[in-house]
Design a protein around this ligand. Structure first.
Ligand code: FE2
Length: 377
């Protein structure tokens, strides 16, 4: 038996031409990086990590890296109008530009993906300073979003060459228990889900581990379809959504309209104590979607026994779902900018490896109430 498992493991390892070690960082292009960095620190509990800008020899942009446990966000803004980052913000508003992935070999990652059809964003580049070297390369994915491959095994600095350590001894907000990126969801256009599923299969060696059709994800009014793509080792998961026909406008369609194209819809961040994390985030001003309290009336009949008390879950609006392997608790923020585009998910997994299918209906009805309030349903 163990021999078979070993053999299977070996097959999987040799088949994985793009071994990913996880998410290295998520970079957002924003209208005002200084203030956005402050928001992620004050509201979400990230810590100041590193800064790049004119003072470090970068003339055209300013970037602030903030970190909480294994989560690193980079907030980048252009300093002048004549700049592709400025065009990106003009078109999309604030949003995710780069879902950067940690690799052992960024040159090989670029070669393996581009030879399988990925469009290059940047050829491998070696960045060096007194703390060592980082090799990065990149490819395009849906919309104007990119994947950067980051090789930092020979680097011991705060973040990357070009950055200097940044911290403010007078402002060090406590963390909120957010640990790492669980998954990042992309919204793509009509009939574009399957082409992007094929892209992740062919170009990046991902597997489609779960699919939801519009029967699974529909309310009275609006619908979407989704397929979850996972890297060979399961460390990186990218669900891909496309809109589906409903009586009214799909939430994915609303996103596409306001983001002006395809892009990252939400980043899910893991915690080991969702009640504490959500309470902290809420007290710092993060706003969450609410389901009606009737959701909790038959919750335990639906999901069975759980470790948590029901009252705090109900008070905070935390959702629960169960699959064959266990259960999960999750909650979604409202969009974090004025356009109804990017939002965050807070997730605590207790065995479950799925994405909360049992919550879709209640959740999407909550989203529709928000869409209605915006006049976009
Ligand atoms: Fe999610």
């Amino acid at each position: 038996m163990s021999t078979t498992l070993q053999a299977d493991k070996k097959t999987i390892e040799t088949a994985d031409f793009l071994p990913l070690e996880g998410t290295d960082y998520v970079e957002l292009y924003v209208g005002n990086a200084k203030q956005a960095a402050h928001y992620y620190m004050s509201a979400f509990g990230f810590q100041a990590l590193a800064y790049a800008g004119p003072e470090t020899g970068i003339k055209e942009k300013a970037s602030y890296a903030v970190r909480q446990n294994k989560l690193t966000f980079v907030l980048t803004t252009p300093l002048r109008t004549d700049n592709p980052i400025a065009d990106h913000i003009y078109k999309h508003g604030d949003g995710v530009k780069a879902l950067s992935l940690r690799v052992q070999d960024a040159t090989k990652a670029w070669e393996e993906t581009t030879k399988r059809g990925a469009k290059s964003y940047m050829k491998p580049v070696k960045l060096t300073d007194e703390d060592g070297e980082v090799v990065m390369s990149g490819i395009h994915t849906y919309g104007e979003t990119i994947h950067l491959f980051i090789e930092r095994k020979n680097y011991k600095g705060a973040f990357m060459p070009g950055y200097r350590p940044w911290n403010n001894p007078h402002f060090q907000p406590a963390d909120t228990g957010l640990l790492y990126v669980d998954h990042c969801v992309g919204n793509v256009g009509w009939n574009q889900m399957n082409p992007w599923v094929k892209f992740y299969e062919d170009v990046m060696g991902f597997k489609n581990i779960l699919s939801f059709d519009d029967e699974d994800i529909s309310t009275e009014y609006s619908a979407l379809m989704s397929k979850v793509m996972s890297s060979g080792n399961g460390y990186v998961k990218f669900p891909i959504n496309e809109p589906a026909e409903g009586k009214k406008k799909s939430q994915v369609e609303e996103y596409l309209e306001f983001y002006n194209g395809e892009g990252c819809q939400h980043v899910a961040m893991a915690t080991n104590d969702i009640v504490k994390t959500v309470r902290d985030l809420q007290s710092r001003g993060v706003e969450f979607l609410r389901v009606p309290t009737t959701y909790y009336d038959d919750l335990l009949d639906r999901v069975g026994e759980i470790d948590e008390d029901l009252e705090p879950l109900k008070e905070l609006g935390i959702l629960v779902d169960r699959d064959n392997e266990g259960y999960l608790l999750q909650l979604f923020t409202k969009p974090v900018e004025d356009r109804p585009t990017l939002f965050f998910e807070i997730i605590q997994r207790k065995g479950a490896q799925s994405f909360g299918k049992g919550n879709f209906k209640a959740l999407f009805e909550a989203i529709e109430r928000e869409q209605e309030a915006r006049g976009n349903l």
